[in-house]
Design a protein around this ligand. Structure first.
Ligand SMILES: [Zn+2]
Ligand SMILES: [Zn+2]
Length: 384
């Protein structure tokens, strides 16, 4: 049910609508707006249930910034099944609205962000920095409300949320730079760490999507002296250059492999695989120097008959990586962003507000945008 007049009807000024919505959200415990998936190519903004505190360890956030992810395109394109309709989004940043009695690390009014996976912070795997294997782990969608909406519930608030210090909490430029820490920057960093990148390393980054670009930034941050960015889009590879890539390879197949080998006198010792397709994994092992390491973070897809291990066997190439435990890296990456030595914000090449999030999905689907930032306007009004 829609509780609000149609903002496009013309008789009810949009600002007044925003204020009415804000008032009703604050005073009456009614619905809120969130992106919902209704089938391939069909994202809408719907009135949905507002989340609430359900246990002492949870928090509710008013989302101010969120993002559309490359992995959202899988259900958007119909490549994976998803309930219809369903709530979507997993990269939230916002203001804490309420906390349960047991929450100690954040308070109402704090600016926070959160990784794409909810984690408890206390189990065996969280303590080992493998938060994505948390035995109490949850996703942001059902039943927590999805992160592409006005509010979201965070179970295990102490183990999941990362607080942004007050002096940075309302600086819009800083918040844009922090938001990629919810997913792509942590994932690019995991690729570099998994590939064993160290000061002076020669490495190649396969993939010029947001994760690959963040992999370039991460390799630079870890001190790599040679960073070859491998991709197929000149505009994205331009961002890779700005992020610290020393060489760009925009070639296909064997030509690309030969070029990378010649640039590194036989192949880089560290390869960051940031795509997840059969061809990119094959390229990764083909270019990797014997005895080297492939750090992979691209979600495997299209590997139908599996991956041929023989090339790894024949040259003693290690493969490490997997889904990135972004929470494990959040504090150290946040410190660098706040210091001004790390800035992944250029991956956001388009910004939309929540009402126009469908346009953001379309831009990602058409590859017109590397990554789309979504602002939630009423929340900006609320904190103003
Ligand atoms: Zn994501
Ligand atoms: Zn855990």
């Amino acid at each position: 049910m829609n509780y609000y007049p149609d903002e496009t009807s013309g008789w009810f000024p949009p600002m007044f609508t925003q204020i009415a919505r804000l008032f009703s959200l604050s005073i009456f415990d009614i619905n809120m707006r969130a992106a919902t998936f209704h089938g391939p190519g069909d994202i809408r903004v719907s009135d949905v249930d507002k989340p609430s505190i359900e246990d002492p360890e949870s928090a509710v956030l008013r989302v101010t910034h969120t993002a559309v992810c490359g992995s959202d395109l899988w259900f958007y394109r119909g490549e994976v099944d998803r309930d219809i309709p369903s709530r979507v989004g997993h990269e939230p940043m916002g203001i804490v609205e309420a906390v349960g009695d047991a929450v100690t690390s954040v308070s109402p009014g704090d600016r926070v962000f959160a990784p794409f996976r909810i984690s408890c912070g206390e189990c065996e795997f969280c303590r080992r920095g493998l938060h994505t294997s948390c035995v109490n782990g949850e996703s942001w969608s059902v039943p927590n409300g999805g992160a592409q909406g006005e509010m979201v519930r965070c179970p295990h608030a102490d183990g999941t949320l990362v607080r942004i210090p007050d002096r940075h909490a309302d600086d819009e430029a800083t918040l844009r730079s922090v938001l990629p820490l919810t997913d792509v920057m942590g994932t690019g960093h995991h690729a570099a760490v998994s590939a064993g990148v160290k000061p002076g390393s020669a490495c190649a980054v396969i993939g010029d999507g947001a994760v690959g670009l963040c992999g370039v930034l991460a390799a630079k941050r870890l001190g790599a002296s040679q960073i070859i960015a491998v991709g197929h889009h000149d505009n994205r590879l331009q961002i890779a250059s700005e992020f610290g890539a020393t060489e760009i390879v925009n070639e296909q197949g064997d030509t690309a492999i030969e070029t990378i080998k010649s640039l590194t006198n036989g192949g880089p010792e560290h390869v960051l695989e940031c795509v997840g397709a059969t061809s990119s994994m094959e390229t990764a092992v083909e270019i990797c120097r014997p005895g080297g390491t492939v750090g992979y973070v691209g979600v495997p897809h299209g590997l139908g008959d599996g991956l041929d291990l023989y090339p790894f066997f024949s040259d003693n190439i290690a493969i490490q990586g997997g889904v990135a435990p972004v929470r494990a890296y959040a504090d150290e990456l946040l410190a660098d962003v706040l210091q001004g030595t790390l800035d992944p914000a250029p991956v956001f090449t388009k910004t939309v507000d929540l009402d126009n999030i469908a346009e953001g999905y379309q831009a990602m689907d058409r590859r017109d945008a590397v990554k789309v930032l979504v602002t939630v306007q009423w929340a900006v009004l609320y904190i103003a």
